[in-house]
Design a protein around this ligand. Structure first.
Ligand code: IMP
Ligand code: MG
Length: 185
């Protein structure tokens, strides 16, 4: 899927595929330097993190295993409520393992702070967080710190690179905002 496929829905491209590729090269270098060859378990939060999981993991020299969780934060449309439910739990036991949570976006930070608290009860050796996007508002709102952030973006509703609106647009290679008529129609 690309620009021409959503021409009428597209407002502005904020992160191109090339921007993301370059930024993930930098982040992969930092992550490799941080873990120093230790085995890491990457935990992707379904479904939005599939793109960054696939792209980032392939850039790492760090030996990684991958597991996935699916969470639902109750609420509809474009708002997250903070009430989180596990739809799919991990397959792996994370006790004494180095966990790297892989997120698509931190908006309110509610989902992530809930997830970190949940994983901490399972006694991993460490928990770090990498996210493709952090919305500027999220920085101060929640007590959750991402260790690696690909892009800090303004507080607009974003799609592409894993991010969806009503399950559409996840397969765009870039991150963009949508034209207003998409929400209002
Ligand atoms: P939270 O507000 O940080 O808890 O974000 C919860 C979830 O809402 C994220 O993991 C995304 O799946 C979704 N989300 C938040 N902001 C956006 C957005 O701008 N576009 C698409 N999905 C979003
Ligand atoms: Mg998510």
């Amino acid at each position: 899927m690309n620009e021409k496929d959503i021409a009428g829905d597209l407002e502005e491209i904020l992160v191109t595929a090339e921007d993301m590729d370059k930024r993930l090269d930098e982040i992969a270098g930092e992550i490799d330097a941080y873990y120093q060859g230790e085995q890491v378990l990457m935990i992707g939060v379904l479904r939005g993190s599939l793109m960054i999981m696939a792209d980032l993991s392939r850039k790492l020299s760090t030996p990684v295993a991958m597991d996935w969780m699916a969470l639902s934060s109750y609420g509809s449309g474009t708002q997250s409520s903070g009430v989180v439910r596990i739809l799919k739990d991990l397959t792996e036991d994370i006790k004494v393992r180095h966990v790297l949570i892989v997120e698509d976006i931190i908006d309110s930070g509610l989902t992530l702070s809930w997830l970190v608290a949940n994983l901490e009860t399972r006694e991993p050796a460490s928990i770090k967080i990498v996210t493709a996007v952090r919305k500027s508002e999220a920085v101060c709102r929640m007590n959750v710190n991402a260790d690696w952030v690909a892009f800090d973006l303004p507080d607009a509703f974003l799609v592409g690179y894993g991010l969806d609106y009503n399950e559409k647009y996840r397969n765009l290679p870039f991150i963009c905002t949508l034209a207003e008529h998409v929400y209002t129609s």
